[in-house]
Ligand binder design. Structure first.
Ligand SMILES: [Zn+2]
Ligand SMILES: [Zn+2]
Length: 247
């Protein structure tokens, strides 16, 4: 059994061609969805993925470009008479759903089970051994290391390059790291290629996919990947929606 990763959404909150909002589909013998930004349902449909098998979502944080399609997914499963959805996310996910249920009481009928994860938590979901680590973002955010089929995939979520995510990524077969802006943007809470390249030097990451690109990155994709490669030595490509890799 191989491990397949599909970039469903490689964009951000600002609409742009070819990039819907953050979402990644992990597939071994079972499915797991990481983040569920606006556009995810459409991408899943384009992929021909069965909603029946999509019963588990793991969120990095609660920014809208990572959660906008979550209730739409719960509703789609409910309308198709499928069992409930389980949602894992950082601190705040419980309150988010409690407030949502006060506006949409039928979320109760949709049977959405929520569990919060803390940094350093480990959990096994749908055949994936998952370890959570604290990212460095403007709100509480987690990065994840996922292991299945003896392969390791790390997803940064939204973050500035930081030592915790670097340690999480060490030796990974695939690192999916946000790279929101090209050089010479100077940003906090997000990542640019040079800082990422420096962070990844000597970390032994076998393959890197850049995601979460702002419109300012349009036209700079090749250059961004090259800058990361130049400083880190890690094979790096820029992700696009519907790109799949098998590891
Ligand atoms: Zn964010
Ligand atoms: Zn984001």
């Amino acid at each position: 059994m191989s491990l397949k990763v599909t970039m469903l959404g490689t964009g951000v909150g600002i609409p742009q061609p070819g990039r819907s909002q953050a979402a990644i589909l992990m597939e071994s013998d079972q499915l797991l969805l990481l983040d569920c930004g606006a556009g995810t349902l459409l991408r899943l449909d384009q992929l021909g993925a069965s909603l029946e098998d999509l019963d588990t979502v793991v969120l990095t944080h609660l920014h809208l470009d990572h959660v906008s399609d979550l209730m739409a997914l719960a509703n789609a499963r409910y309308l198709a008479d499928m069992p409930g959805l389980q949602v894992f996310g950082p601190e705040g996910t419980d309150v988010y759903f409690k407030i949502a249920k006060s506006v949409y009481p039928n979320l109760e009928e949709m049977d959405v089970a929520v569990r919060e994860l803390l940094p350093m938590d480990s959990i096994t979901l749908n055949g994936f051994d998952i370890f959570a680590e604290e990212a460095r973002h403007s709100v509480t955010a987690l990065a994840y290391r996922l292991e299945a089929e003896e392969k390791v995939v790390v997803y940064s979520g939204d973050t500035e390059p930081c030592p915790r995510v670097a340690a999480l990524a060490r030796g990974a077969d695939l690192l999916i790291h946000e790279c929101s802006f090209p050089e010479p943007f100077d940003v906090t809470n997000h990542t640019t290629p040079r800082k990422l390249g420096i962070m990844l030097k000597d970390q032994g990451v076998k393959r890197v996919i850049l995601t979460h690109l702002y419109p300012q990155a349009a036209g700079c994709e090749d250059e961004m990947a090259e800058q990361v490669i130049e400083l880190s030595g890690a094979p790096t490509i820029v992700g696009w929606d519907m790109m799949s890799v098998v590891i």
